[in-house]
Design a protein around this ligand. Structure first.
Ligand SMILES: CC(C)(COP(=O)(O)OP(=O)(O)OC[C@H]1O[C@@H](n2cnc3c(N)ncnc32)[C@H](O)[C@@H]1OP(=O)(O)O)[C@@H](O)C(=O)NCCC(=O)NCCS
Length: 154
């Protein structure tokens, strides 16, 4: 199978948004507050975002993507960083180093800007945590949330 990691084109948008939808639905189980249909719709990629998405194509079909915010911002925890926003590989193609290769592409972008890469994730997403640790990411903090709804139920 021929794998290509490449920039995203306008004609990829339909497939890309299908992959993004799959990812967002998978991530719903980790969220305290589920995204509404409207919010999910809002997360769709448009033409303007193509420059910040790398795509994995296998035998002509998209099997994964990684999106990032290329604006390198200074962060008090990790210095100058670009942000990895989303990474997703279709389950059928997981474990074939596609995620690793997509991340390498984002790392090249970070290198150009002399920046590190940061990301936000749920600690409940154990598979992703293992993947990131394997790639050399370290945990520098947690975002904690007290759900008022759950608290009021007590
Ligand atoms: C997490 C994800 C991006 C990993 O991509 P992938 O293509 O399956 O991973 P790769 O095949 O590139 O694996 C790269 C390395 O990570 C390791 N790894 C990947 N998943 C792992 C797991 N569940 N447990 C342990 N190690 C894992 C691999 O063993 C490999 O190590 P190696 O290079 O030493 O052999 C992919 O599984 C995915 O899309 N998950 C669902 C969406 C998601 O959770 N995204 C992240 C949101 S924060």
């Amino acid at each position: 199978m021929l794998l290509k990691i490449r920039k995203t084109r306008s004609k990829d948008l339909k497939q890309l948004n299908q992959l993004n939808k799959e990812l967002q639905l998978q991530m719903q189980k980790f969220r305290i507050k589920k995204l509404s249909k409207k919010q999910l719709e809002h997360k769709k990629f448009g033409k303007k975002e193509l420059k910040k998405v790398f795509t994995a194509e296998m035998d002509g079909a998209l099997v994964g993507f990684a999106s990032f915010n290329p604006n390198a911002l200074n962060n008090e925890w990790c210095g100058k960083c670009i942000e990895l926003e989303e990474i997703y590989i279709k389950p059928k193609f997981s474990g074939k180093k596609v995620g690793k290769k997509l991340l390498e592409k984002v790392a090249q972008e970070a290198k150009k800007k002399k920046a590190n890469i940061r990301l936000m994730m749920s600690p409940k997403n154990k598979k992703a945590l293992k993947f990131y640790e394997k790639q050399g990411f370290e945990t520098v903090g947690f975002e904690m949330v007290l759900s008022l709804k759950k608290r009021l139920k007590k």
